[in-house]
Design a protein around this ligand. Structure first.
Ligand code: GLC
Length: 620
C-alpha cells in the first residue's frame, strides 16, 4: 500500500487503490514505474488544488446527488460568440443568471491554431487559454464568479487527439521516436490500409480517411478526425499520465464538469471499428477514480454520440461507475425526426427505453448543440412501418432544409455523402422550427406556429429527468448565421451555421413581452421555474407514457408525492385532440390555468400542455 502524508487524500486513495492499481497494471502490462509516476502526480495535483475548491469537494462528497435535482438548467456557449473573451463572459454573467442557468458549458477555449482548429477541438497547449480569449487566470476568475452564483462550469477535455502544433506533435514530426510513440506512426501504408478495412469515417467529405501522410517525418500518422488532429496512443502510459495531469490542472482552475470529448474513440486496435473498445471503459473508469481521489466535486460528462446500446455502458455499474452524465443523443435526433414526420411512435418507443433505465443515470437533454444532428435512429423499429434508412434520411434532410414543399424549416446539410445517402444536418433550433422563414415571409401566423413548436420542444426537454441544456441563443430565437459561407476557413464546415455570434439586439428584446424573443424567453423561464417548484419533477418520480389515442400527440406522465402530471406534445401542424382514457382526473394547465376534466384535450398545432392534478391526502 502506498503511503501519503495527507490523511484526507490517503483515505480517498485507499478506497480505490486496489482497483486502480489492478486496472492500470492490466492495461500497461505491470509497468510499475509508470504507475508510481501516476500516483505521485495525483498527489501533487491534490496538493496544488486551491483550498476553496477542496471545500467544495467536501460539500459535494456529503451530497453526491448535487447535480441530480430538478433545479439545474444548463447552457452551452462559445466564449467569443457570446462575449468576445472570458472577461467579457464574466461581465455578462448577469445575462446568464437571468437565463436561470446553473451549469455553464464553455466550448473549447484552450490554445489551438487558427484555421486548423475544428472549432477549438485541436488543442496545441492544454495548459494555455487561446490568447484572444484570455488566460488561465481569467478562466479561474470566471469559475470563481460562477461558483459564487451557484453555477457549475463545464469544459471540454479533448482527449482523443492533439493539434499537429502541439509540442509532442512537433517533436514527433522532427523525428523523436519517444514522441512518435505518443501517436500512431507507420512507415508504410500496410497497417493504415488494414485499419481502413474496419474503421468508419467521421468526416467522410470534409476529411476522408483515417490517416495522413506526414512529409517531415516521412511517415503516416493516424488522424481519425481532421488531418491536423493527431490521435493519441493511450496504450502508452505516458500519454495517459500526462493527459490525466492536464485534466486535473483544468479541475484545479475551477472546472466542475469535464466533458470527455469523443471518448469512444480513445483506444485503437487493428481489425476493429476503433470505437467503444473495452479498454476505453478501463480508461474512463480510471479517470472516474482519479476524480474521486483528487477532486471529488468534479463530474465526468461523456460525449458518446452512438446508438443507445453503446451509450449506456459509459455510465458503468453502481459499484464501478464511469461517467456521471451522458448526452441523450438518440432522444435528441428522434425528436427532430418527429418534427419532420409528425408521427410520435418512434419517440414513444425511444422514451420507453429511456424510462426503463436506472434513476442513477443522469442524462443531459438538449435540442441543439454546436455539432450537427446525425440520424442515428432505431431503423429496426422504423422498418416495421416500411421506412427504410436511406430514403428516410433523405426525407428528414429534405424537410429540415426546407426543400420539402411547405416545410418552414431552414437547415443545411452536413457531410453529405451521396454514396451512402448519409448526410447529417445543421441549423439553429429557431431556424429549424420555422422562425426564420416566418420572419422572412413577414407572416404573423407562421411566426406564432413556429414559436409554439420551439416552445413545445423546450417543454419536452424540461419534462424529462436529467439536466436540460440550452444552446446559447435559443432563448432569444437566434437564427442561422450564413456569414460562414464567405469565410474561407469555415465555409467547408456547415456546423458554423449554428455557431454565430450572439445577437445582442435580439437579446435586448427579451424583456418585451410582445416580441417573439420576449415570448420565447419568458416561456423558457416559466418552464424552468415550474420545473424547479413542483415535486412532480423529482428524479425519483414514477414516469410513463400515457395513452393519447393520437399518433401526432406524445404523452408523458409523472407522479410523485401526490402530484400527477400529464404532459402532452402535439407534433402535427394542425390542432389535435388527445384522448386521455386512463387519466380522468381534473387537471389544471400549468401555463394558462385552464381546467381539463373531460378526458379530452385539444392542442393547437405544435402546442403542448403541462397538466397537473394534486391528490388530496385522502385520495392518494
Ligand atoms: C466532438 C466534438 C466535435 C469535434 C470532435 C473532434 O465530437 O463535439 O465538434 O469535431 O469531437 O474533436
Amino acid at each position: 500500500m502506498k503511503e501519503f502524508p495527507n490523511a484526507e487524500f490517503a483515505s480517498r486513495f485507499r478506497r480505490h487503490e486496489a482497483e486502480l492499481k489492478w486496472l492500470y497494471y492490466e492495461l500497461y502490462h505491470g509497468d510499475a514505474r509508470a504507475y508510481e509516476y501516476f500516483t505521485d502526480m495525483l498527489y501533487r495535483s491534490w496538493e496544488e488544488r486551491p483550498e476553496k475548491l477542496k471545500m467544495m469537494d467536501r460539500a459535494r462528497e456529503e451530497y453526491p446527488d448535487w447535480y441530480k435535482g430538478h433545479d439545474m438548467t444548463g447552457m452551452l456557449m462559445y466564449v467569443d460568440a457570446f462575449a468576445g473573451n472570458l472577461k467579457g463572459v464574466q461581465k455578462k454573467l448577469n445575462y446568464i443568471i437571468d437565463c436561470g442557468v446553473s451549469y455553464l458549458h464553455l466550448m473549447p477555449l484552450l490554445e489551438s491554431p487558427e484555421g486548423r482548429n475544428d472549432g477549438g477541438y485541436a488543442v496545441s497547449d492544454f495548459r494555455k487559454v487561446q490568447p484572444e480569449l484570455g488566460t488561465m487566470e481569467d478562466l479561474a476568475n470566471l469559475a470563481d464568479a460562477c461558483h459564487e452564483h451557484g453555477i457549475a462550469v463545464c469544459l471540454d477535455f479533448v482527449m482523443n487527439h492533439t493539434s499537429e502544433d502541439h509540442e509532442w506533435a512537433k517533436r514527433a514530426r522532427a523525428g523523436e521516436k519517444e514522441y512518435q510513440d505518443r501517436y500512431f506512426f507507420y512507415d508504410s501504408w500496410t497497417i493504415p490500409n488494414a485499419f481502413e478495412q474496419t474503421v468508419p469515417q467521421v468526416f467522410p467529405t470534409t476529411a476522408p480517411g483515417n490517416f495522413t501522410w506526414c512529409p517531415e517525418a516521412g511517415k503516416i500518422v493516424m488522424t481519425t478526425f481532421y488531418p491536423y488532429q493527431w490521435d493519441l496512443n493511450y496504450a502508452n502510459p505516458t500519454v495517459f499520465n500526462d493527459m490525466t495531469d492536464n485534466v486535473l490542472n483544468l479541475c484545479n482552475h475551477g472546472v466542475d464538469i469535464i466533458r470527455l470529448d469523443a471518448v469512444p474513440y480513445i483506444w485503437k486496435a487493428l481489425g476493429t471499428p476503433c470505437r467503444n473498445l473495452p479498454q476505453v471503459h478501463t480508461l474512463v473508469r480510471m479517470m472516474r477514480m482519479v476524480c474521486e481521489i483528487v477532486c471529488p466535486g468534479t463530474l465526468l460528462l461523456g460525449e458518446v454520440v452512438m446508438e443507445p446500446s453503446k451509450v449506456v455502458p459509459y455510465f458503468g455499474t453502481r459499484e464501478k461507475p464511469e461517467c456521471h452524465m451522458l448526452y441523450n443523443v438518440t432522444t435528441m435526433a428522434t425528436l427532430w425526426h418527429t418534427v419532420a414526420t409528425r408521427d410520435v411512435r418512434l419517440l414513444a418507443h425511444q422514451m420507453r427505453q429511456v424510462f426503463r433505465l436506472p434513476r442513477e443515470y443522469t442524462y443531459l437533454n438538449y435540442l441543439r448543440c454546436h455539432d450537427d444532428i446525425g440520424w442515428g435512429l432505431d431503423y429496426g423499429f422504423l422498418r416495421s412501418f416500411s421506412q427504410e434508412e436511406v430514403p428516410h434520411k433523405k426525407y428528414l434532410n429534405d424537410y429540415l432544409t426546407g426543400k420539402w414543399p411547405g416545410s418552414p424549416a431552414r437547415g443545411e446539410l452536413y457531410n453529405d455523402d451521396p454514396t451512402l445517402g448519409d448526410a447529417r444536418l445543421c441549423g439553429t433550433t429557431a431556424s429549424l422550427c420555422g422562425v426564420e422563414a416566418a420572419r422572412v415571409d413577414g407572416s404573423r401566423e407562421a411566426m406564432e406556429k413556429a414559436l409554439r413548436l420551439d416552445m413545445m420542444l423546450h417543454a419536452f426537454m424540461f419534462t424529462l429527468n436529467g439536466v436540460p441544456v440550452l444552446y446559447s441563443g435559443d432563448e432569444i430565437l437566434q437564427e442561422n448565421d450564413y456569414t460562414y459561407h464567405d469565410d474561407p476557413l469555415k465555409r467547408e464546415d456547415s456546423r458554423y451555421l449554428h455557431r454565430g455570434k450572439l445577437d445582442w439586439a435580439k437579446a435586448k428584446k427579451r424583456t418585451s413581452k410582445a416580441s417573439p424573443e420576449g415570448k420565447m424567453f419568458a416561456a423558457i423561464r416559466e418552464l424552468e421555474n415550474l420545473r424547479e417548484e413542483l415535486v412532480v419533477f423529482d428524479t425519483n418520480a414514477e414516469i410513463w407514457l400515457p395513452e393519447t389515442g393520437n399518433d401526432h400527440v406524445l404523452g408523458i406522465g409523472r407522479y410523485y408525492r401526490g402530484e400527477k402530471m400529464i404532459a402532452l406534445f402535439n407534433f402535427s401542424d394542425e390542432p389535435q385532440d388527445a384522448w386521455m382514457v386512463h387519466d380522468r382526473e381534473a387537471f389544471i394547465s400549468l401555463t394558462d390555468g385552464e381546467v381539463y376534466d373531460t378526458g379530452t384535450v385539444t392542442l393547437p398545432a405544435g402546442g403542448f400542455r403541462w397538466l397537473l392534478h394534486r391528490f388530496e391526502r385522502s385520495d392518494t
